[in-house]
Design a protein. Structure first.
Length: 115
C-alpha cells in the first residue's frame, strides 16, 4: 500500500505541475484592456543627424560666421533643415531636427621643432 500511495502522489504532483504550465501560457497571451492601441508597436525611428563638419569660425565686432561643410553660415541662418543657433569663439551650436548639437573645431596636431 505504501508503493501505491507514493506512486499516486508522484502522479498527482506531475498532473498539478502540467496544469500549472498549461495555464501560464494563455495568461501571458492575454492583452491588457487598458493599454492604448498601438502600444506594442515599435517606436518610429528618428532620422539620423546630419554629418556636419565645422572648418572655421570668424568672430568680428559686427558679425560672426562659421564655415560648415565648406559653406559660410551666419547666426540664425538655416540650411538643409539645420539652423545655426549661436556662434562662439571655439564652437557652434546648431539645431538639427529639433535637437541642439554643438560643433567643435578639430584640434590641430602639436608640431615641435626638431634639430
Amino acid at each position: 500500500m505504501i508503493r501505491s500511495n507514493a506512486g499516486s502522489r508522484l502522479w498527482l504532483a506531475l498532473m498539478l505541475l502540467g496544469c500549472g504550465f498549461g495555464l501560464a501560457a494563455p495568461a501571458s497571451a492575454l492583452q491588457d484592456p487598458t493599454r492604448p492601441p498601438g502600444f506594442n508597436n515599435a517606436p518610429a525611428k528618428s532620422a539620423p543627424l546630419a554629418d556636419l563638419a565645422l572648418q572655421s569660425i570668424l568672430v568680428g565686432p559686427e558679425r560672426r560666421v562659421a564655415v560648415i561643410n565648406g559653406e559660410p553660415r551666419a547666426e540664425g541662418q538655416s540650411f538643409d533643415g539645420i539652423r545655426v543657433r549661436r556662434i562662439h569663439r571655439d564652437r557652434v551650436e546648431v539645431i538639427d531636427r529639433g535637437r541642439v548639437r554643438t560643433l567643435y573645431l578639430d584640434k590641430l596636431p602639436q608640431v615641435r621643432r626638431t634639430q
